[in-house]
Design a protein around this ligand. Structure first.
Ligand code: PLP
Length: 360
């Protein structure tokens, strides 16, 4: 068996310890005589899996009691609709446009009400985070929406916007559990887990209780109403059970590492190796403003599309996979999520050095 260093933006690398544990439990989960994939979601064994997962997530993020944790399906993209359907009481929301995902979310919300794009960095292909210290927040806005870490462009909000008292809703798909977070600053924190937490198929929504109501957009399906899932403890229907089980293992793995403070230190150390190299390289350069750089997704280019393609091809042959950049940015992108070991980033930088020498 040989594993590569997988720099995919998502689905992405998972901790090897977690995969090994899951493999060991595959045929017989703790004496049940069956796999977690085969068991009832109403069974005692699964009930323990989901309640433990929720509690571990609450411990890691310090989630207050007045927030619900929901394990849902439909990907982060389904939340683009679910959020306005449930939250747009005045039929108005403000969106900050920092990339494709925020753009898509805003477009979807327009089906349910008026969307004000109160800030954007589209003028420079989303290479920075706009100043959000004094935004023209709409008086009747039901919420202010951000995509906190921009997976495609490699930018991250280092400071949350001043929403002037309005509810903040954040898509944290690609920075979930990468650093400590003050949950009380948000109305909703949500993300697809396939970037930094687990297998595709699970979306985690952390939502303040007062936002969970029956007063939703007329015609909202039962399955797209937060209250349905909140009242049923995410067991209204069959949840993505195996995915939740793996997420639970990743929560335990992060706890064993020392929690989110330690994750942040590790992520900073990893990102520094790559950014320091990019800053002095004569061949490669980063594509975003330094102050807004993501710790998770690092896009870079040589400026020559043929050379970029050669790099991606040779890197793959050297066991460094999925470095091709998103089609809208071109070049390369290294996603260095929690589960990417420090050694993986060092191996990438060593390879980049060698490539630079050979292609000067
Ligand atoms: C990947 C991603 C999405 C889309 O996730 P799906 O689960 O595929 O719908 C949305 N937002 C961000 C920030 C992402 O990185």
């Amino acid at each position: 068996m040989s594993r590569v260093y997988n720099f995919s933006a998502g689905p992405a690398v998972l901790p090897e310890e977690v995969l090994k544990e899951a493999a060991a439990e595959m045929l017989d989960y703790r004496g049940t005589g069956m796999s977690v994939m085969e068991m009832s979601h109403r069974s005692k064994a699964f009930e323990e899996i989901i309640t433990t997962a929720e509690q571990d997530l609450r411990d890691l993020m310090g989630i207050p009691d007045n927030y619900k944790v929901l394990f849902l399906q439909g990907g982060a993209s389904q939340q683009f609709a679910m959020i306005p359907m449930n939250l747009m009481k005045n039929r108005v929301a403000d969106y900050i446009i920092t990339g494709q995902w925020a753009k898509k979310a805003a477009k979807e919300a327009e089906k349910y009400g008026k969307v004000n794009r109160i800030a954007s960095s589209e003028d420079t292909t989303f290479s920075y985070i706009p100043d959000c210290s004094d935004l023209p927040v709409s008086e009747d806005a039901d919420y202010v929406y951000i995509c906190e870490n921009n997976t495609i462009y490699g930018t991250k909000f280092k400071e949350l916007p001043d929403t002037k008292g309005k509810t903040l809703v954040a898509d944290v798909s690609s920075c979930f559990l990468s650093e400590p977070v003050d949950v009380t600053k948000y109305g909703i924190i949500y993300g697809g887990v396939q970037k930094n937490i687990g297998p595709a198929g699970v979306v985690i929504v952390i939502i303040r209780e007062d936002l969970i109501t029956e007063d939703v957009f007329p015609g909202t399906p039962t399955m797209l109403t937060y209250k349905t899932h909140a009242d049923a403890g995410s067991l209204y229907n069959t949840p993505p059970a195996y995915g939740i089980y793996i997420c639970g293992k990743v929560f335990k793995w992060i706890k064993a590492q020392g929690g989110l403070e330690v994750m942040k230190e590790k992520n900073e150390k990893k990102a520094k190796v790559l950014y320091d190299f990019l800053d002095q390289s004569a061949l490669f350069k980063g594509t975003v403003e330094k102050k807004d750089r993501s710790l998770m997704n690092v896009p870079f280019v040589t400026g020559d599309a043929d050379l970029d393609a050669k790099f991606v091809k040779e890197a793959k042959a050297a066991g460094l996979e999925n470095l091709k950049g998103h089609r809208s940015v071109g070049g390369m992108r290294a996603s260095i999520y929690n589960a990417m070991p420090y050694e993986g980033v060092v191996a990438l930088v060593e390879f980049m050095k060698k490539f630079e020498e050979e292609n000067r």
